[in-house]
Design a protein around this ligand. Sequence first.
Ligand code: SAH
Length: 408
Amino acid sequence: MQTKLPKISEKRIALHVSRVAERAIRSGHPWLFENAILKQSHQGKMGDLAVIFNKDRKFLGIGLFDPESIIRVRILRALKPATINQQFFEEKLRTAHQHRALLCDSDHTNGYRMVHGENDGMPGIVIDRYAETAVIKLYTPAWIPHLNDVVAALKNIFPFERIVLRLSGNLKENKYNLFDGMILDGKMLIDPIIFLENGLKFEADPQKGQKTGFFLDQRENRARVEELAKGKSVLNVFSYTGGFSVYAGRGGAKEVISLDASKVATDVAKRNFSLNQPASIMESTVHTIVTGDAFDAMTKMKKKGRLFEMVIIDPPSFAHKKSQVEGAIRAYKKLTRLGVEILAPNGILVQASCSSRVDSELFFDSIHLAARQAGRQLNEIERSEHALDHPIGFPEGEYLKCLFATAR
Ligand code: SAH
């Protein structure tokens, strides 16, 4: 380990919690909220181990303490005591690894999610693999004192060249900022990493890129786009580094436009397309970049009478809290309207949402409604949710949904 990280306190915090929290823990929920704590042994520090008891002093679980979040404890083990150490994490990693055997053993894919937080029994931490690089992303700083153990465990599962640390957006704004992009182990990163997804090459920048460098959760939806793209003109809205575009190219699309507000992202999209172009059918696909606001660009295309045979809309999360859900639905509907207005008769609309706050049914209904209001009827081809490496183990964990439909 090349970096000094804070050490774990020897002293554990004892917490006594309400009956409501007890029921949630017994049913397997991984979070203990601040307002459920009735008694706390001492103040404690970020990342201390917290031992949770019910009102009758019966053991309920052990987890990581975060004094700065309303999710006060992320539970590592419920109902059965455990020693939280390297071996404990190694067992979790091994189980997660086995669950992904189909991906881990593939010659075509070496970029995928190794650990999906709560859903793999490691709440508040995500680990993505990009070829020989692992990227650990934290959603709570409570993991920081445990990273030595996690890194040692990870190296026993796979001989990574390097392990990079990333922090979620809300943590980057404060004193934890210095940890974001840190190399926890192994070689410095000089050039972007090239990894494989379904045999296609992509570049990722795990130190500065969005998420951990790539949107690994869309792999299967991208493969579906490839199957549907033959001979089509495709508009990929919110393209980021061109994931959907490259698949559409391999699927035989005649034209692909990647549209995103970030120039860094569209520059990479251009490179990702070229990385794959020489060796395949993509040679004949014309790929164009548009850097700008999605709503403005689509409106301009509509005014010009531009029509596509496939429009893919995969925006960022519009709802981080409950109060933003209404606004998010309005934005999704506006995007659907704009999308179908530039869609040729019987063209395909692919629209996704990554907001866990937005319920799937509400999302799909809103798309249908918006399309009807724009005078188009959608015939569904498919609805998709989470892939194998993004399992869902609790209600709040569900976030991704995507609709494939033709517009009459
Ligand atoms: N579809 C992508 C992931 C999209 S993430 C993939 O498969 O990899 C959301 C993207 O939306 C980001 O790249 C972000 O730069 C872009 N974005 C956010 N707001 C935007 C806007 N108003 N107009 C265009 N792009 C925007």
